[in-house]
Structure formats: C-alpha cells, structure tokens
Design a protein around this ligand. Structure first.
Ligand code: ATP
Ligand code: MG
Length: 263
C-alpha cells in the first residue's frame, strides 16, 4: 500500500545566477505521515521557504520527487494548502470574501464558498468582523483570516510559513492555542515553519532542525508530549529539555558555519 502522507525523495535545489551555482538545498529525504504536525526550524536562508515552494509546485526542484499519498505531485500546483511567509489579505475584499478566496480560486462559486466560510469565521474568533475590511483588523485577526483561508481549501496537507512571526508575544501565544484547536478540529497534516523554538516544541509532533550553506536537515526530534496541550506545559522539565536540545543544535551549527565562512 502507498505511504499515507508526504514524502520528499532526494529533493535538492541549486540556483544558478551569473554563471555561479548556489546550493540552497542539499539532497533531502523527508517523510511526513498523515495527520501529524511537523515543524521546520533553522536559520534564515537554510531553505525552509524553498522546501515549501517545491512542495506546493511553485518551483521545480533540481533533483528529486514530491510524493503525496503515493502519487508523484512534483511540479503540480493546487495539491496542498499553502500560507506564504508574507501572506496578505486583499484590502478591497471583506474578511468573509478573503477567507472564501482560496475556495473560489479552486472553482467553488463565491456564494457557496461564503456559506462554508461564515460559520468558521464566527467559530474561530472573527465573528462580527465578516463584513469588515482587513484594515479594520488587528495583526492577530489578519493572521486568523489568512489561516482560515488556507484551511478551507480542501486539501489534507497544509504548509504554514512563519504565520506568527510578526506578532507580539501575547498575541502569538493566543494564536498558537487557536491553531492547536484548529489542528485538533480539522485533523489535517501540517508543516509549520518558525524561527521560534518554543513555538515549535509547543505545537509539533516532530521537529526538523535545519542548517544552512548548504540548506539541509541536521536532526529530527520527536516531541513526545501529550495532547491536548496547554500553556502550562512550557515549564515542565521535558519541555525545557527539548527546547534546550534544539537551541543548542542551532547554536552549534550557526557558530560553526560562521567561523567557516570567516576563515
Ligand atoms: N529564486 C531564487 N534565486 C536565487 N536564490 C534563491 C532564490 N530563492 C531563494 N534563494 C536563496 O536560497 C536560500 C534559501 O532561501 P529560503 O527563502 O528558502 O530561506 P528560508 O529558510 O525560508 O529563510 P527565512 O527564514 O529568512 O525565510 C537563500 O540563501 C536564498 O537567498
Ligand atoms: Mg522563508
């Protein structure tokens, strides 16, 4: 039987410009079983968004294949839900029509898309704002709308590229709990990119730690913490130890890389 989930087989990415080659991603193997929450953490430029662009079919990898539930989807768009690193709401569309947009792009008539979107807007913290424009929303609310838009696209796999990166600490904490509730309710497979190690441990089932030059995975850490999780878990010894393990790895590799570059 085919593997249930996402597989990256020998995926690499080399960019060429001015006759120079730059390896953004060294050959990568990755397996994400259906229904899991995976995070990718690593320094800026280690290829996290590049992985997402390849999985979403927006960039062709230099080598390798993307396989979803046993089917080769390399270069195919529309197979996954993707919230880009700088995902913007359209300022001229209401919240309701922004949340409906993903479905609409996939061919769902707007009226039908709105009927599906409205109860979720109300249920997930945007009730009363459905007819407002994005300029009337706080940063956290905008991210909720963009996330709901991504989730409403009818795909199992969802890619979220630093959705909470620009939020203040308190809003971010609320959003993480909100996302866990969604993950629980929707039962999707999520790959999540963040620079924030605590966020990765709090949310994930597995964390892939990456390094740069060339971009690659240096370790995979399973997060064996029970679900559902609440904020009190961050001060437990197990949580603190996992966080430290990831931070140490990132630090060691970061420093080693910089020393190499300076030499
Ligand atoms: N189209 C492109 N042409 C050339 N180089 C590129 C291109 N896209 C990305 N790169 C390079 O590939 C590397 C990986 O970029 P990527 O955006 O995937 O990093 P990232 O891990 O998402 O970083 P950040 O955390 O800052 O978002 C970077 O060095 C970047 O400059
Ligand atoms: Mg990025």
């Amino acid at each position: 039987m085919a593997y249930a989930g996402l597989e990256l087989e020998d995926v690499s990415m080399v960019f060429k410009s001015d006759g120079q080659e730059f390896t953004a991603l060294a050959p990568l193997e990755l397996q994400v079983p259906r229904g899991r929450f995976i995070s990718l953490i690593g320094p800026s430029g280690c290829g996290k968004s590049t992985i997402f662009n390849i999985v979403a079919g927006l960039q062709a990898p230099t080598t390798g294949r993307i396989v979803l539930d046993g089917e080769d989807i390399t270069g195919m768009i529309g197979q996954v839900g993707y919230m880009l690193q700088k995902d913007l709401l359209l300022p001229w569309r209401t919240v309701l029509d922004n949340v409906s947009l993903g479905m609409e792009i996939r061919g769902v008539p707007l009226k039908q898309a709105r009927e599906k979107a409205l109860p979720l807007i109300q249920r997930y913290g945007l009730g009363g704002f459905e007819n407002r424009y994005p300029s009337a929303l706080s940063g956290g609310m905008r991210q909720r709308a963009a996330l709901l838009r991504t989730l409403l696209v009818d795909t199992d796999l969802i890619l979220l590229d630093e959705p909470f990166g620009a939020l203040d600490a308190q809003t971010k904490a609320h959003m993480q709990e909100w996302l866990l509730q969604l993950f629980n309710d929707f039962g999707r497979t999520v790959i999540f990119v963040t620079h924030d190690v605590e966020e990765a441990v709090f949310l994930s089932d597995d964390i892939y730690v990456m390094a740069s030059r060339p971009g690659r995975v240096i370790d995979k850490m399973p997060v064996d913490l029970p679900r559902p999780r609440d904020r009190s878990i961050v001060s437990t010894p197990r949580f603190v130890a996992m966080k430290k393990y990831c931070l140490d790895l990132l630090h060691t590799h970061g420093v080693v890389e910089e020393e190499k570059a300076a030499a």
